[in-house]
Write a protein that binds this ligand. Sequence first.
Ligand code: GRF
Length: 200
Amino acid sequence: MRKVKVAILISGRGSNMKALVKACEEEDFPAEVVLVLSNKIDAEGLKFAEIKGIKTAFLNHKDFSNTEISKEQARENFDKKVSEEIEKSEAEFICLAGFMRLLSPWFVQKWFDKLINIHPSLLPEFKGADAVGDAIKAGAKISGCTVHFVREEMDSGPIILQEKVEVLPSDTKEILAARILKSEHKIYPQALRIICEKLR
Ligand code: GRF
């Protein structure tokens, strides 16, 4: 059976990327990672990908903005370059794994239903950049994580898998984030498997 070629976009630590790469190493896994791309040169995850012999790319979004063009245009120009790199790698599917950039409508349309993300809450609860902190502040008893298809509106889109994680009274943001992260590493590869088994 063929494997679906996947690109992973990161900005930092890349622990979800590592979990996906490890899953893809299993012989019967329906996907292979052909590119890890970061918008931060010092993203820890890039080193791991290099050691694994996976093609890596760095694109600085700051290189795409100037005073002559709007922010939206700059965003789209960056996204077009990202898309080019992905196509060059022959990837046909994209996993966002801590990629800290809002994607342009152009990119989301171009990769419609071929673009998934992981978010540290039970969406639609606690959208946004501080999902774990917001869950604690709201006094949630249960939170968790969600793998979903990406749509133009941030942290929306059809849900593929979710896992609940209990919020304990003693939890700090860091402790809860670490517990949720364990679930993320479990469900992200599971979700990729489900999708790629249908795609191949
Ligand atoms: C994870 O919590 C993920 O849910 C969110 O960003 C974080 C990325 O962590 N989208 P890592 O880079 O995968 O370790």
